[in-house]
Design a protein around this ligand. Structure first.
Ligand code: HSE
Length: 297
């Protein structure tokens, strides 16, 4: 009685949609195998060398499963094997993949008794372990797939957004940016003129995705509130963005709270050129990096 789940990387915020937009990537993804046990509680087996905690309360997948088990009346438990391909701290939803994959697998073993929205709710307890905040902008796309809008967190209101084919190029420079630090430095007040520009862009991006209007998607990928503050934490950010757009990318920005940067392209050939541009920027800076080319999935 076991199930294997592939939990994809995700990009939160999508430039203008801080804490409300996110999308799932085709790759990379974590591979998780869950077994139902008659022993109540959770057992975590890490199949990689990231030294992640195995105590369930301190483990992202463990905390998510404990939240799910609180909603189950039978005396059951889960054993989870986690093989992470998404590096912790990369900014492409590594913790969300563990939390979301765990509850999706558990739900399959329980004959899908919970809704996707309930699974998102359980998985946010995992995010809390990782960053102190129960944000769902990585978890929602990880569970629903594609692009999701979190219209409200209290109560949770998740809207899947249809999107045209889009290629995604991601570069993960090997520097550390903690989500908690990247949130701490944000301004708590937003000037009205910036708020107006930002919600114009969020509306434009959603409309562009739903209409399949690539030009509208491109000009809506602008963030006047978060990016100016956070981008100083990421060496090479401005250059990657400028050179990627010169190479034909529609636009892009910081993935989640960084340090990864993502760019969207209409065509795969452009996405590959953008990858070359990113590689040349980080070679030039002498910073180790990984790149990924995938699709919104
Ligand atoms: N929306 C969150 C942030 C995502 O940008 O802080 C963190 O992964």
């Amino acid at each position: 009685n076991s199930v294997t789940v592939l939990a994809p990387a995700t990009v939160a915020n999508v430039v203008c949609g801080f804490d409300v937009l996110g999308f799932a990537l085709g790759a990379p993804y974590d591979t998780m195998t869950l077994r139902l046990t008659s022993q109540p509680g959770v057992v975590i087996i890490n199949k990689d060398d990231y030294n992640l905690p195995t105590e369930p309360r301190r483990n992202v997948a463990g905390a998510a499963l404990l939240a799910l088990l609180r909603a189950v009346s039978e005396p059951i438990g889960f054993e989870v094997e986690i093989a992470k391909a998404i590096k912790p701290g990369s900014g492409i939803g590594s913790s969300a993949a563990s939390a979301a994959g765990a509850v999706v697998g558990a739900n399959a073993l329980l004959d899908n008794r919970f809704t996707q929205a309930e699974l998102v709710e359980f998985a946010t307890y995992g995010e809390e372990v990782a960053s102190g905040v129960r944000h769902a902008d990585n978890i929602a796309p990880c569970i629903y797939g594609g692009v999701t809008l979190i219209r409200s967190t209290e109560p949770l209101d998740i809207i899947p957004i249809p999107a045209p084919p889009l290629y995604v190029t991601v570069v993960h420079p090997q520097i550390e940016v903690k989500t908690s630090d990247a949130r701490e430095i944000l301004k708590k007040q937003v000037p009205l003129k910036d708020a107006i520009r930002q919600w114009g862009n969020v509306g434009g991006l959603i409309a562009g995705l739903m209409k399949g209007d690539y030009a509208l998607i491109g000009r809506s990928l602008e963030d006047v509130i978060i990016e100016p503050v956070r981008s100083i934490l990421i060496p090479g950010f401005a250059e990657v963005k400028r050179a990627s757009q010169e190479a034909g990318a529609l636009g892009g920005g910081i993935s989640g709270s960084g340090p990864s940067i993502f760019m969207l392209s209409q065509h795969e050939t452009t996405a590959r050129q953008v990858e070359a541009v990113m590689q040349s920027v980080y070679h030039g800076l002498g910073i180790d990096f990984h790149t990924y080319v995938s699709t919104i999935n």
